[in-house]
Ligand binder design. Sequence first.
Ligand SMILES: [Zn+2]
Length: 317
Amino acid sequence: MSRVRTVMGDVDTDQLGVMFAHEHLLMTGGWPVLHEPDYRLDDLPAAATELRAAAAHGLSAVVEMTPLGFGRSPRGLAQLARETGVAIIATTGFHKVEYYDDLHWLHRYSADQISRLLIEEITVGMDEYGLVGPYADRTDARAGVIKIGTRYHRLGRSIGKLIEAVGMAHQETGAPVATHNDKGTCGHEVLDALVAAGVQERHVVLGHIDHNADPGAARRAGRPRCVPRLRPARPDQVRAGQRLGGAAGRGRRARRRRPAAAGLRDLARRSYWRSLGGGPGLDYLLRVFAPRMRAEGHADLVDAALTVNPARAFALR
Ligand SMILES: [Zn+2]
């Protein structure tokens, strides 16, 4: 029986239905938020409103992909899960290195030390303060996925060590690994490094690969057993054709050649939330996009991207 680790405990993947594979519900500070105020998601009631709206259209689980250094809030996520009934899989690990202070411990600690911190977050509970230290405020909510980010066209300082730490934490805990690939670059580079660090391809979800307009790059990164996660940010028709791996080449054979999306979403801006006066809102994918895809004959792709693939991709090993 495969399971995912949510902030409220482990859940059989059979119990999961429609799942958003990459969202941000609480992202309250840190370098990116200070430099781009639109990233600040610090309104728990608004997040609950967004979740309830999506749940009304069938949402059952969300992968909350906010890593260390972004004002992640494990207690807030547990409260959201309790209040809305939506299962939340939380994240430990790192975004791209340029988002962290050059004096950050990630540049100083050994791979072994970093892996121990990640393992505690997954097996004991996440630190409410995001491991900014020196004391931890350990919560009951455990992380269910390990994130690692790379820079645009390069891996970044200290990344070899971080990937080594991620590999050790994955082997110890079985938690899946999700990447941030800046503008879709470095997909196969980071995947090769993770595999060398002991992470099986099928436990890696590559993020933002669809931002790279070169379909060859997406195919190379999306080798048969790993799963690229695609994000709907461009107009619907582009998504329908490209993002879900359908339309542009119709038929089974064309589809088989394309990487199948492990999931969709990433509305990490205040201006994307209807509850904060923006749009399209967290429910858009289920309220508008999925019904449209089904009406156009792509029900199989919708089910794969929103239900089957994410449950498989985020399962514990
Ligand atoms: Zn994100």
